[in-house]
Design a protein around this ligand. Structure first.
Ligand code: LMR
Length: 338
């Protein structure tokens, strides 16, 4: 390109700018890759699609969101590393996956029996503690945008677990959190850290005997095909943190970011409005298949689970931080015998 052409081009650009027309290169949409590990029809899958719809609408096409479901882009551990490197822009991992990256305070959310119900989790997600935890992420290129409440864990297995003694020797898949590791051991089972995408096959081939998860994941991943029993224990909570690559998010143009924030707020409300309902429906649907027996623990049985794992709260103070655990107790008004 000679000087004349350059000048001609720049004159054209200047004229376009004056007319408020963005040059072709600036008109190319900003692409957001939004990766997750669950099925498209799980609550998280649906909320990611909702974000795509709203983000594209509110930005008038300036943003294009590509949603990658079912670990099609990255598996559990890789997801967060890819986000830190900027290879993917948005994720909604469970908070149990933050500990292995050094954000061990997030493992407080895995403490057994820490939350009682949705209102209780909301107290946490709207607390200063939740904000402080997000602020910590920023030291490692991660920007926290929202907490999503995916409900309570049940225990699925190829053997029936009612009383805590039934756990003895079972191999149970867990996420990477050390609190989940300690909890599983306290029950007498053997924890095995494994990516979510590998669980179905591991159950089918007997590599593990079972796992904890929420009913909507048992349903949409078809885990009910490869286990025989579900104990409805609601012993743990599945919290998600929607996170962005910090630099990407902060560098978004001023006419784009507020619209994405609006889309995120609405997608969060949407997620939180469907998750519990979908968990309840999933349990009913699983029962109807006749493939898996769904058993609700009696209060005495549940108590035996509680008593076996309460010492984990104290045991984990060193890893998670006593201040974080104390602050969480306060926020959710935790009572050990509740
Ligand atoms: C798991 O890995 O067990 C789940 O947290 C997957 C998910 O994101 O729901």
């Amino acid at each position: 390109m000679n000087r004349r052409e350059i000048l001609k081009g720049s004159t054209a650009l200047a004229a376009a700018a004056a007319a408020g027309i963005r040059p072709a290169s600036a008109q190319a949409p900003i692409v957001i890759k939004f990766s997750h590990v669950v099925a498209t029809d799980a609550p998280k899958g649906k909320a990611c699609e909702k974000f795509k719809e709203l983000a594209e609408k509110y930005t008038g096409g300036k943003v294009k969101v590509e949603v990658y479901a079912n670990s099609s882009l990255y598996k559990d551990k890789e997801e967060l590393e890819a986000l830190q490197l900027g290879a993917v822009q948005l994720l909604a991992p469970s908070t149990a996956k933050f500990g292995p990256l050094g954000f061990t305070e997030f493992e407080a959310l895995d403490l057994p029996f820490i939350f009682h119900d949705e209102a209780n989790f909301k107290k946490f997600s709207s607390s200063d503690l939740a904000k402080r935890m997000f602020a910590k992420l920023e030291t490692k290129s991660v920007k926290g945008l929202a907490y999503w409440d995916n409900g309570f864990h049940v225990m699925g297995c190829n053997r029936q677990i009612r009383n805590v003694k039934d756990f003895q020797g079972l191999k149970l898949r867990i996420q990477g959190s050390k609190v989940l590791d300690a909890t599983t051991r306290a029950w007498g089972a053997i924890p095995q850290v494994m990516a979510f995408s590998e669980v179905y096959h591991a159950l089918q081939t007997g590599v593990v005997d079972g796992l904890e998860n929420v009913p909507s994941n048992f349903w949409t991943q078809k885990f009910f095909e490869v286990i025989k029993y579900i104990a409805v224990s609601y012993h743990g909570h599945l919290s998600y943190a929607v996170v962005a690559n910090k630099k990407f998010w902060e560098d978004l143009p001023a006419d784009v970011r507020p619209n994405l924030e609006k889309a995120m707020t609405e997608s969060t409300d949407y997620f939180n409005s469907i998750a519990k309902k979908e968990n309840d429906e999933a349990l009913e649907d699983i029962k109807k298949t006749g493939k898996t027996q769904v058993y609700f623990l009696t209060p005495e049985e549940r108590k035996s689970w509680v008593q076996a794992v309460l010492p984990v709260h104290k045991e984990m103070e060193k890893r998670v931080g006593k201040e974080t655990i104390d602050a969480l107790y306060k926020v959710v008004d935790f009572k050990p015998d509740a």
